[in-house]
Design a protein. Structure first.
Length: 371
């Protein structure tokens, strides 16, 4: 099947919006590309047959690395080089290689694997030196670039105004309780990353700093604690300044935004608030769909369909292993394919998401050119 270029995807997205029903020809063009909507994690520290299947059979758009994949700098360079070369051979495209490198405790290139310690967002915020924040971001970014990683799923722009918050404030991941200072430190962090050729993602939209729970562990309701005036300020500023390469969603539920679904699965939150009200036209990536807040309540396949329909472009699946020995990316891709064929998923929405993935990938070349 002929691969779709970014320009062809945009044309397809426009055409799909002008038609109704399920067009077999359009489905035939979209179905082979569905793996591009997945950002997948895996187990192991070396390139093996399971990684090869992820890249060449599922044809994922990107991979996300965790501490379980990293031994030291030499091993990580070897792994990322093998994945990038194999993905290019299989798909003709550059592979998004992502990691959480916020600094502090959430730093996959960690001291126990040979890298120097990094400052947390809270430490940078407490120092309140924007130059230091940019320099620290540049230092982290150089480590990423040398390791073959091109996308940092950071900075956190959650406003840490709830001192009892366990997942953001309690782990020193927030720059500040002041939204304006969060925006300024995040700006410096993004600029530092860009200076070294690394893409970024603002997270966790529309805000996780007010919660009393952790969506890794289960359902989190922020209806009574969320403050749009506070939590949306960093997004408004950075989106207006065109500093948002991507935005990552939160698995939090706010009944004032959507009485039925958490943010990752919520069309009013993604298509409405983020796209229309805040004017963000770039890539939206989900937080991990295998977190308990999502998988236990919706199941992976339905969650993948609901997230994409809501406006998410790239679906993050941190763990590829399923209890029944299936692979999670394949489960998600099959669910998307089934939903397309049954008319539960708009082909235009799928084409639009593919176009944004292609556009983010194109920014890898732009960033490399700056180096």
């Amino acid at each position: 099947m002929r691969r779709l270029a970014a320009g062809s995807l945009l044309v397809l997205a426009l055409a799909a919006g002008c038609r109704t029903g399920v067009d077999p020809a359009r489905l035939a063009m979209l179905e082979p590309e569905l793996g591009q909507l997945l950002l997948a994690g895996f187990h192991g520290t070396e390139f093996d047959a399971s990684v090869d299947r992820l890249l060449c059979e599922t044809r994922v758009g990107g991979v996300v690395l965790f501490a379980r994949n990293i031994v030291d700098a030499a091993q990580l360079r070897r792994l990322t080089r093998a994945m990038r070369e194999r993905a290019a051979a299989c798909t003709g495209r550059r592979l998004l290689v992502a990691v959480d490198a916020e600094g502090g405790r959430v730093m996959r290139l960690a001291p126990d694997a040979g890298w120097t310690a990094t400052l947390s967002a809270q430490e940078l915020g407490d120092t309140n030196d924007f130059t230091l924040t940019e320099l620290e971001a540049r230092r982290i970014a150089r480590h990423l670039r040398e390791a073959g990683i091109n996308w940092n799923l950071a900075p956190v722009v959650d406003v840490g105004y709830n001192p009892a918050n366990p997942v953001i404030v309690g782990t020193a991941r927030a720059f500040s309780a002041n939204p304006w200072l969060v925006a300024q430190h995040a700006r410096a962090f993004v600029r530092g990353m860009h200076a070294e050729g690394i893409l970024t993602a603002l997270k966790h939209f529309p805000g996780h700093g007010s919660s009393y729970g952790d969506s890794h562990e289960g359902f989190v309701d922020v209806t009574e604690t969320a403050s749009a005036d506070v939590e949306l300020t960093p997004y408004r500023i950075l989106i207006a300044e065109r500093l948002a390469d991507a935005v990552m969603t939160a698995h939090v539920w706010n009944r004032r935004l959507d009485p039925e679904r958490p943010a990752t699965l919520s069309r009013p939150t993604i298509a409405g608030l983020l796209r229309r009200e805040l004017g963000f036209d770039g890539l939206v990536v989900s937080d991990d769909l295998r977190m308990r807040a999502i998988e236990e309540r919706y199941g992976l396949g339905d969650a993948a369909v609901l997230a994409l329909a809501a406006g998410v472009d790239l679906l993050l699946i941190a763990d590829d292993r399923m209890p029944d020995h299936r692979t999670a990316p394949e489960v998600a891709r099959a669910a998307l394919r089934h939903a397309l064929r049954r008319g539960r998923l708009d082909p235009g929405r799928v084409a639009s998401a593919l176009g944004r993935v292609a556009a983010l990938r194109a920014r890898l070349d732009d960033n490399s050119a700056r180096k």
